[in-house]
Design a protein around this ligand. Sequence first.
Ligand code: DGT
Ligand code: CA
Ligand code: CA
Ligand code: ZN
Length: 580
Amino acid sequence: MSRRNKELAEIFEKMADILEFLGDSPYRISTYRRAATVISELQEDVEEAFKSGRLERFPGIGSSTLLKVEEFLKTGTVKKYEDLRKKVPEDLLELMDVPGIGPKTLKVAYEKLGVKSKDDFIRALRNGSLEKLPGFGRKKVEKILKGIKLWERSRERISLIDAYQMAQEVLEYVKGIGGVIEAQVAGSIRRMRETVGDIDILVSATKESWSGIHEGFVRYPGVKEVLAKGETKSSVVLKEGRQVDLRTVEPSQWGAALQYFTGSKRHNIRVRDIAKEKGLKVNEYGVFKTDTGERVAGKTEEGVYRAIGMQWVPPEIREDWGEVELALENKLPRLVSLEDIKGDFHMHTNWSDGINSVEEMARACYELGYEYIVIGDHSQSARVANGLTPERYAEQWKVIEEVNKAYEGKNFRILKGAEVDILPDGSLDLPDEVLERFDFVVASIHSRFDRDNTDRILKAMENPFVNLIGHPTGKSYGYREGYPLDMDRVLEKAKETGTALEVNTFRIDIAPELIRRCMQGGVTVAIVTDAHAVAHLPYMKLGVGIARRGWATPDKVLNCRSLEGILEFVSSKRKAMRVG
Ligand code: DGT
Ligand code: CA
Ligand code: CA
Ligand code: ZN
């Protein structure tokens, strides 16, 4: 998403929050929220959408919204927003972003208890005064306290997906600075770590252009503060609060620097120790013979590893989790890669809580080169997500069949699917007679995140029509910890029943350690975007990165199979359970 889209979407979201806090009309509040959603999920820059008239074609985007968009494009802000902000204490505005604390909660705390700052609020949570108010109670207060803790942690380290977007924008800008020969993101983002502290960018350029590059870098429009500007290294803080470090190196040092600044620290320490045993010294400038000081490598990363007698190690697994030993023996596994991906199993359309149509999602996936996709809108019990009844699924199937006709002979097919809710007792939100008619079924938990959900998941996997468990751990970075789960039993049952587990790009729900256990235990995983808009589909790349961190190999990743392979995956479970 472009920086401007994001800024404007946040303005609308905040305006809705403030109006809610002030007790304004629900109609106006929902108009602003709608505007925020539409803008944050636009595929093009908001200015283009506005000028071409495409923006006003979205339902719910009326003339007063368009006026504010126009004002923002001209002035960089919205006056009404600036005025509204003054009516709410600064701290309370910030607290509205915390999961579990809405404007309504803060309104009550403000009016009944005089809460004006974050400290006031935390005091009211701790001393029991909030808990005594109607509509609160012990449980809710505990939940809010937990939310604050998670939120504070998520401000120290942000999710990969947020960091990745920010880093790509800075990278594009840096590539445009004069003298830059090559630029790449290093550090934890290159390793696709699930959470990111700061962004590291490495630039290759000849020495005489370094100072101009650093000058250009600190003038990036998204910069809030310049921490340091030097000849080889500069650091800035972005408006989003994230630090970016930029380093310049000579082209001849590129590989050594890339290896050094990609990390992880632990991987690098191991690599250096091994080099030392072989009489070599490794640093960010190259690989050198200890006795003579002769430089033997440094231009390419492959060359650095080769000089030490190692296979090149994919960045995603540079964590000292056993990769160093295998690389020395030339025995690293071939990890799944984006080119292997033939489809996506979990996405939503405007039939439930997505913003694009079946046709738009299909076209975008066809253009990504996929052979198949599963459209999996929410089932009926997901009311907030506008879940589908069996009748509406049947209507949607007609649309899917229509769209499929347009792709006949093109090696692309939409599979009829659902993301069916796993109900509290482990039964499913749709009867078997309906489930049977889908091509592929994802089953997920969307309620009772606070209790052990092992039995619910095991029971869902026993259903012959369930092919994939959506976001199995219930974790969602910055929002939710995830429920207690007996993973050994889940993995065993997944293998026994022929059910796959989801690697969810957005939630980063199953950790790499767990993916690795799936691989070792012979459990199939499916990498999904859980896209709610066309704009989310390309993040498959990050899902693949997360899977690679879990040492995922193509043979155990469902997306690597052909359409026939997917249909076979579905029918063999049904047959094994004697219903196919
Ligand atoms: P982060 O930013 O916390 O998500 O994690 P990283 O891995 O990006 O860490 P960062 O930004 O502190 O440093 C980037 C890479 O640079 C790191 O992975 C390894 C390398 N590096 C940084 N400081 C040192 C150091 O003191 N010694 C060594 N050997 N390597 C370092
Ligand atoms: Ca970093
Ligand atoms: Ca750094
Ligand atoms: Zn879901």
